[in-house]
Design a protein around this ligand. Sequence first.
Ligand code: NAD
Ligand code: LMR
Length: 325
Amino acid sequence: MTNNVKNISITGAAGNIAYSAVFRIASGELYGKDTKINFKLIDISDFEKKMFGVKLELLDCAFPLLNSVEVTSDLNKGFGDADCIFLFGAKPRGKGMERKDLLESNANIFSIQGKAINDNANKNVKVIVVGNPANTNALILSKNAKNINPSQITSMMRLDHDRAKALVAEKTGIECSNVKNSFVWGNHSSTQVPDITNIINAASGESIIVDSDWMVNDFIPRIQKRGAEIISYRGLSSAASAANAAISHMKDLLFGSKDILSVGQYSCDNKYDIDTDLFFSFPTNCSEGGHLINYDFEIKNDLRKFIKETERELLEERDAIKHLL
Ligand code: NAD
Ligand code: LMR
């Protein structure tokens, strides 16, 4: 058996997304079959008992790769020596709310956690922020984790990315895995800009030309509002699809990917004329070492004005939490 061991910290561990994620991670879906896992499950103290139930279920699976499970509400313990961190812990929105309405209740969580990650995690830690509003929470986290390079912190746009790919596949009849170069710009919100103006069918190598009326009037709003659509049916926000996206995102960041990805990342080089101090989703390649490389795509059609709108929303969100930066 392997001697590789990784420490994985998960906040919101008593919640819905975590419940869909931990069993898959423990089975080896993230680090593969050669790496053992130490889990640190973190939630608020009122939920320690519930987390203990999750721990018992994890143990009952007898996963060969699961080395240990610690349950805690102490952030310093929870982030201790973490190699990778999933930040699910935050309030979800209900019907009729926008994700940015959560800023007031969730923003503080990420300033406190940023400091605790800074003080306790491994220096090469990779962090994914999922709790909403994810991009601005990632900015708060990064500003409070002063010794962690902002490139090690990302916010989750993968669910939007996968939603876009699936809808294109449904519309065109091309298999999801053959839809390439579809990605999402900006904020994980109803202003995000899913961009399918560069897509190709990987099976034939040919460009896929989509009807521009369909793209602007049907496809883009559908992806922008997909989270709300799920809430309207489930009465709860997406959880299994969010967990799936979080695992895919982290795996690509740890091991690289040849695909174009959508990653909420620190905008530091004014690329595409986007403000330099935001967490913004760009089309990105990821090297084997997990290094993010923004890809050069021409912004086509009228998408530039939509991209400016999602940037404007992020600037407003940043302004609302400037005391935490
Ligand atoms: P949930 O309510 O089921 O679970 C959230 C958990 O977080 C709860 O157990 C809660 O006690 C815990 N928590 C709250 N404050 C905490 C803190 N300070 N430290 C640790 N844990 C804390 O919610 P969920 O369905 O798991 O969703 C979690 C978050 O993820 C929500 O904000 C939701 O909107 C967001 N989300 C984001 C995406 C995305 O694509 N970025 C997708 C789906 C959901
Ligand atoms: C989603 O996109 O499903 C999540 O961000 C949950 C939400 O509030 O929409």
